[in-house]
Every structure is written in structure tokens, then in C-alpha cells.
Write a protein that binds this ligand. Structure first.
Ligand code: G3H
Ligand code: 13P
Ligand code: ZN
Length: 329
């Protein structure tokens, strides 16, 4: 008999029910990542094939994993479906997996995710003035911590073109290192996303890619041992862009964060690296190629299978060659 409604906390670990494996928070993951100079991959999930591709890669590489759900993903796939698939991933893989809300924009949304079993939430009040960002974040932290859930917040503004993240390049602002200590002390937040020049989407730089590593270094100095998060951190692999373009797509000028910069960030205070656009590129390239080469196919398994394989391959590459979190599960 299943007691699916029963949910209780035991320290680090949140149990859904007595007879399944637990989802974990990021606390232990980040502690080890910080000490080890590597980062955990936080991958956005929107459907079953994406979840399976990511989890297959992490299982092969024995990597800890953060699966994150945006409010757009909740609307698209239904949060219950996504949550249940992530539960299935935990059960079948045996990996430490954290289920995280990406870019929560209100206390109500964060509360809903805490109540429905997420082990981590992001409150992104970075569009608000500093004092308001503090008070909204603090409210989320108090509720989440009471329920054994950890909280990520954001200081500074990343440019972006995603559904829930819509900041134009002119409104983007680097994180001010002078604010980070006060923010963390007053909110009690568990990790902090900072803006050092990355942005959401597949078009991150017009010219030479540049990141403000001086800001990251100063933040690390002001907050020793504290986990920093890098959003907008897809590397937009050029072979994936080329495949999309080869088979009828049009993504001229798509450019991501160079992988050596991500490795450098991971060796510093960055413990969580967010990746969504690279998964979108992998899926789109595989499906475009499949349709171009197999015009008669109409069974979704015929093209979603290769899309899942493409996600697995790009995630394996990230885990081993960029994040350095292989064999850290
Ligand atoms: O940060 C944004 C993520 O890529 C999620 O995008 O809001 O379109 O799901 P989305
Ligand atoms: P990318 O668009 O670079 O993949 O960033 C994703 C992200 O930051 C999700 O929060
Ligand atoms: Zn983001």
C-alpha cells in the first residue's frame, strides 16, 4: 500500500513516502562541490525525454543532479506530471537528485512548490529594489526552511529572452559585491545567483565573450564557502547550432559561454551551473535531422528517441568535461 500523501522531513533528506528513495536538498552537494572545485549541473526539464536523457547521462557518469522546473515548464507539462517523472528518475537511478524551482517570481509560487515536494526553490526578486528583494526572499526562506527546503535567490540582473525571464540587455546589471554580505545575512538564503555577464538563451554575446571574474572573485572573498549560482550558462555548442542550421533551422550568430570560462567559474565559488538552451539545441537538432533524413516517419518515438539520445550525449559532455561532477554522486 502506498502513502503518497505522506511527506515528512528528516534533516537533510525529505521523504515522499516510506517506500521510495528520497529527493535531496543541495546542501551536501554544494558543500562537496565547493571543497572539490567542481559544480553541479542544474538542467531544465520540460518533458519525459529530456528528463530521461539527463538521468541516463548522470547515471552513466555517477553524477549528482539538480533537475529544475520553471513556471513555463509547470504550465506546459503540469507540475504533477513533472514531479512524478522526477520521482521515477530518483527511484530508477538511485542518484542524489534535487528537484528545484527555477526563477520563482513570488512567495505564492515558491510556497506551492515547497508544499508539493520540491527540495529547493529559487525566489528571483532581482527585478525589485534591494530592500524589497531582501524582504521577499526572507519570507520565502522562512517558509522553505520550516519545511526542510533550501532557497536560492538572485542579486543583479541577467539579460534574457525566456518565457519567465524577460530582461532587456539595457536593463541587465552586474551584481554589486558590496551588497552580497548584507543580502545573505538578512535573508538567510542558502545560495546566490549573481550576474557577471552571462545571459539566458542562445545569443549571449555579440562580440568576444567576456565574464566579470573579478566580481565572482570578490563575491567569493566576501562570502567564504558560500555557494554561488551561474544562470545563463549554456555553452551553445557550435556543432549543435550547425546541425540545426544544416537541417532547415536558422540560428545565425548563436553563441554561448566558452567552456573554459565555465570550468574556471566551477573552480571558484560557483557550485551550480544552469543549463537549458543547450538541451533545446540538442533536441531541435536531432528532430530536424531525423525529419530531413526520414520524411516518411510519423511515429513520435522515431524522432523523440534520437532527441533523448542527443540530450544524454550533451549532458555527459557537460558532466565530464565542463562541470567536473562525474563520480561525485
Ligand atoms: O531561465 C530560464 C530557463 O531557460 C527557463 O526557460 O521560462 O522558457 O521555461 P522557460
Ligand atoms: P541558458 O539559457 O544559458 O541555458 O540558461 C538557463 C538558465 O539559467 C535557467 O535558469
Ligand atoms: Zn536562469
Amino acid at each position: 500500500m502506498f502513502f503518497i500523501d505522506r511527506l515528512y522531513n528528516m534533516g537533510e533528506i525529505k521523504f515522499w513516502e516510506a517506500n521510495t528513495m528520497p529527493l535531496v536538498t543541495t546542501t551536501e552537494m554544494f558543500k562537496k562541490a565547493y571543497a572539490g572545485g567542481y559544480a553541479i549541473g542544474a538542467f531544465n526539464v520540460n518533458n519525459m525525454e529530456i528528463i530521461q536523457g539527463i538521468v541516463e547521462a548522470a547515471t552513466e557518469e555517477q553524477a549528482p543532479l539538480i533537475l529544475q522546473v520553471s513556471s513555463g515548464a509547470r504550465k506546459y507539462a503540469n507540475t504533477t506530471y513533472l514531479t512524478k517523472m522526477v520521482e521515477a528518475a530518483v527511484e530508477t537511478s538511485g542518484l542524489p537528485i534535487c528537484l528545484h524551482l527555477d526563477h520563482g517570481d513570488s512567495f505564492a509560487l515558491c510556497k506551492d512548490c515547497v508544499d508539493s515536494g520540491f527540495t529547493s526553490v529559487m525566489i528571483d526578486a532581482s527585478a525589485h529594489p534591494f530592500a524589497e528583494n531582501i524582504s521577499i526572499t526572507k519570507q520565502v526562506v522562512e517558509y522553505a526552511h520550516d519545511h526542510g527546503v533550501v532557497v536560492e535567490a538572485e542579486l543583479g540582473k541577467l539579460a534574457g529572452i525566456e518565457d519567465a525571464v524577460n530582461v532587456s540587455a539595457k536593463d541587465a546589471a552586474f551584481t554589486d559585491p558590496d551588497q552580497v554580505q548584507e543580502f545573505v545575512e538578512k535573508t538567510g538564503v542558502d545560495s546566490l545567483a549573481i550576474a557577471i555577464g552571462t545571459s539566458h538563451g542562445a545569443y549571449k554575446f555579440k562580440g568576444q565573450p567576456q565574464l566579470r571574474f573579478d566580481i565572482l572573485e570578490e563575491v567569493g572573498r566576501r562570502l567564504p564557502g558560500f555557494p554561488i549560482v551561474l544562470h545563463g550558462a549554456s555553452s551553445v555548442p557550435q556543432e549543435l547550432v550547425a546541425k540545426v542550421n544544416q537541417y532547415g533551422g536558422s540560428m545565425p550568430g548563436a553563441q554561448g559561454v566558452p567552456e573554459d570560462m565555465l570550468r574556471k567559474a566551477a573552480s571558484m565559488a560557483v557550485c551550480k551551473i544552469n543549463i537549458d538552451s543547450d538541451l533545446r539545441l540538442a533536441v531541435t537538432g536531432a528532430i530536424r535531422e531525423h525529419f530531413a533524413l526520414n520524411p516518411s516517419h510519423f511515429d513520435p518515438r522515431q524522432y523523440l528517441g534520437p532527441a533523448r539520445d542527443a540530450v544524454r550525449e550533451v549532458v555527459k559532455h557537460k558532466i565530464v568535461d565542463v562541470l567536473g561532477c562525474d563520480h561525485k554522486a
